[in-house]
Design a protein around this ligand. Structure first.
Ligand code: GLN
Ligand code: ZN
Length: 770
């Protein structure tokens, strides 16, 4: 009998209960017991939802108060000693690692966060060292299982696998070898997993889901022998537990050659993201009795699943396995944590549009329907028919392409991607036109998003003030921002972005082709959630989006006013893309809309524009062999958006901290006149990558951040001067711009004024002394 399962569920609660409770706890408004009560209610509520949708196997242990990787670090005692010795309660020690702790004489910074594979979720990096003593610091995975079992659920505990956990980690400051191969600690960690598995078995678990997404990475191949020894250890020590080994977000490719011989009872593959890789896996397992869990329903998008198509895949697999339906499970491709909670919370979308979507709750229903259809088609016939109608309606809608947009993309010529002259020529023209001093100073775009700005926006959205009143308010804000920058003596000014709720949502709302949710919250990290716009049709720009504001801002000053746009790749990567056409095509459509905007800015007299691409790096596919095709369209899209203007236009781009070591050529290939990067905390690592021995052929002008915008701390003039000095040494005086790490929207005016005053003073000195 084919069973259905989901690999994990959003943690936020249907009405953001968990987020609210967390924030209340952090600001001392509620006690720990109240927070834990809300968490428990939400866990049980999740199980109820999954079960009521008809899913057979319910995952436990995927709920977390911050991050599931941090949960496992905590469980296995991967706790840096400063936190372990802090004297805080276990809960507060956990939160101290997650977000830092500055209270009652304890001063601990947050641990490092990194992006979770190719998603916009962030995990906390396990900090490992040679003498770390792995042990069970708590029994959360067992407790969660027992809680669900006692409430009557047939649960399958979920663990992150030991190889993936170590691989995700880094050498801590306590490590003797800073380049420690973290997976080398496996021999010490595996026995602690055994202990945990024994406890789960004793508590009554028969199956355990163990996530090893590292198997979808090129690195996975390195660990064949570690996989063998570890999973053989588990099977021999805890034979009563059946392991479902799970992979997601990509293809296992050749790794299946050793995975197939592991003593596991089940293997899960992400069919949705790599449909063509399925056959290889099925053949590898054909002569075994391993259960294959088919991730047919996407855990990453919001589109209704084409159940007929999925069912066909499942039936083919069953046939290839000699008609043994019991060897197939139907599942979500990954945890549903990357999708919003339920479409039931959407009141503003039209019935037509809402019918295209499935959020986490509805995806549970899809998984259950597929399994039911596989078991006994008659029990699912009605549901399949309803689904077929929805899919057809969506397909019919998709046929309405915007032919003007499609034709324009098809007509893109290679020269459309190139500026008129090479950088060396542009640079001379621009320095004259922009009249810039040596070491020009600028900022990254946003200035404080004050309470007042947010409250006026809310009032406007509620209809309490009209358009004219709101725009007047924004103009006053801009005028204030301009005056403050002039007083500081900055060279290239910005308008401050007061009109933007979010750097992607703002553009999505002004472009045709996007839809927005009221409650489509997706976890970014901890209690931080975003509501990605959804690309539903061809994207075009009905009218200029930012020209009015940039032009107004420019009218207030003789200094250069920099236009401010979000780049095509970032708009796409931070949205839910459509499923029927390639990301390449979607990104080019957005790029053309932005290209028109850049040209309109130039016509309006703007001579500098910044096109932010902070999400370029995270869109990289998991497998290096797929990188080229992604980077080609990503780079082309950026160039397309920026290249429509004359040589006089200074085009900048901006990246927040990303490890560009392995794809720096793509950043150079953007051919932006200037790029700014987050730098102040990265020990020059990033800086060196951007310059290094490729200094001359590499990047054009560069503005490595000289102070940390995440912190209220004012980096003193001397400290910023030292930074500038080092930057000039590494990059060369002529290429350097001076700016902060990123936008200043999360700072107060008092903080950022002091920070920028110090930056300007340090620059003055650098101009004289360097
Ligand atoms: N222009 C944006 C800002 O200053 C850039 C934000 C980002 O890089 N994440 O806020
Ligand atoms: Zn940034």
């Amino acid at each position: 009998m084919a069973a259905s399962s989901v690999l994990g569920f959003p943690r936020i609660g249907p009405q953001r209960e968990v987020k609210k409770a967390l924030e209340a706890y952090w600001s001392d408004k509620i006690q720990a017991d109240e927070l834990l009560k809300v968490a428990k209610q939400q866990r049980l509520h999740t199980y109820e939802i999954i079960k009521s949708q008809g899913v057979d196997v319910i995952p436990t242990g995927t709920f977390t108060l911050y991050d599931h990787i941090l949960d496992f670090s905590n469980t296995f005692n991967i706790i840096p000693s400063a936190y372990a010795k802090s004297g805080l309660s276990p809960l507060d020690t956990f939160f101290a690692m997650a977000r830092g702790h500055q209270k009652g004489g304890v001063d601990l910074p947050a641990n490092e966060m990194r992006k979770w594979f190719n998603s916009n979720y962030h995990y906390l990096v396990p900090e490992l060292h040679e003498s770390l003593e792995f042990k069970l610091n708590n029994t959360k995975p067992v407790d969660d299982f027992v809680e669900a079992k006692e409430a009557g659920y047939n649960a399958r505990p979920v663990l992150v696998g030991p190889i993936t956990l170590l691989w995700l980690g880094k050498a801590s400051r306590e490590a003797k070898n800073p380049n420690l191969d973290t997976v080398s600690l496996l021999e010490k960690l595996a026995p602690v997993y055994v202990e945990l598995l024994k406890k789960l078995a004793a508590a009554g678990a028969d199956w355990v889901q163990i996530d090893e997404p590292v198997l979808c990475m090129d690195d996975g191949a390195k660990y064949a022998s570690q996989f063998k020894s570890t999973y053989e250890l588990f099977a021999s020590q805890v034979p009563e537990i059946k392991t479902l080994l799970t992979t997601y977000f990509g293809r296992v490719d050749d790794n299946v050659n050793f995975v197939k011989d592991l003593p596991i009872a089940g293997f899960h593959v992400d069919v949705y993201s790599a449909p063509n890789a399925l056959n290889n896996v099925v053949s590898a397992f054909a002569n075994k009795d391993t259960v294959l869990s088919l991730g047919l329903v996407s855990g990453r998008n919001i589109w209704k699943n084409d159940l007929a198509a999925s069912l066909k895949i499942a039936k083919d697999v069953v046939a290839q396995l000699g008609n043994k339906a019991e060897r197939v499970q139907i599942a979500t491709s990954s945890s549903l944590l990357h999708t919003p909670y339920t479409i039931k919370n959407e009141k503003k979308l039209s019935a037509e549009v809402l019918d295209w979507f499935s959020f986490a709750t509805e995806k549970c229903g899809e998984v259950a329907t597929l399994a039911a259809a596989l078991r006994d088609p008659s029990t699912a016939a009605d549901r399949l028919e309803v689904n077929e109608r929805s899919i057809k309606a969506r397909r019919d809608f998709e046929k309405n392409s915007n032919s003007a947009v499609r034709d324009r993309v098809a007509a893109i010529k290679p020269e459309d991607l190139n500026r008129k002259s090479p950088f060396a020529v542009r640079r001379e023209v621009q320095r004259k036109r922009l009249n810039l001093p040596a070491l020009p100073t600028t900022t990254i775009g946003s200035f404080p998003q004050t309470k007042e700005i947010r409250s006026q926006r809310a009032r406007f959205n509620k209809g309490e003030i009209d358009q004219a009143q709101y725009e007047k308010f924004l103009e006053n804000e801009i005028a204030d921002v301009v005056k403050r920058q002039e007083a500081l003596g900055l060279d290239v000014l910005v308008h401050g972005e007061p009109e933007r709720n979010d750097m992607v949502q703002y553009f999505g709302e002004l472009l045709d082709g996007f839809e927005f949710t009221q409650n489509g919250w997706v976890q970014s990290f901890g209690s931080r959630y975003v509501r990605p716009p959804i690309v539903v049709s061809d994207v075009s720009r009905p009218q200029p989006m930012t020209v009015r504001w940039s032009q107004y801002a420019q009218s207030l000053t003789k200094k250069v006013m920099k236009g401010m746009l979000t780049g095509p790749v970032t708009i796409l990567n931070w949205s839910f893309p459509r499923d029927d056409i390639s990301r390449d095509l979607q990104s080019k459509q957005i790029a053309l809309a932005l290209r028109d905007e850049v040209c309109d800015l130039e016509k309006a007299g703007i001579v500098s524009v910044q096109i932010d691409e902070p999400a370029l790096r995270e869109g990289l596919p998991l497998r290096k062999s797929d990188w080229d095709s992604y980077l080609t369209w990503a780079v082309d899209s950026f160039r397309l958006s920026a290249a429509g203007v004359s040589d006089e236009m200074n085009t900048a781009s901006h990246f927040c901290y990303s490890s560009f070591e392995d794809c720096i050529a793509a950043v150079f290939a953007l051919d932006a006149d200037m790029i700014s990067i987050e730098n102040s905390k990265s020990d020059e690592k990033l800086l060196k990558v951007f310059t290094g021995d490729k200094k001359d052929e590499g990047v054009n002008d560069i503005g490595p951040g000289v102070f940390d915008i995440h912190s209220p701390r004012v980096a003193p003039e001397q400290e910023q001067f030292e930074k500038i000095k080092r930057i000039v040494e590494v990059v060369g005086f002529d290429k350097v711009w001076i700016n902060p790490d990123c936008g200043l929207k999360t700072r107060t005016w008092e903080e950022c004024t002091a920070q920028l005053e110090a930056m300007m003073a340090a620059t003055q000195r650098a101009r004289k002394e360097l």
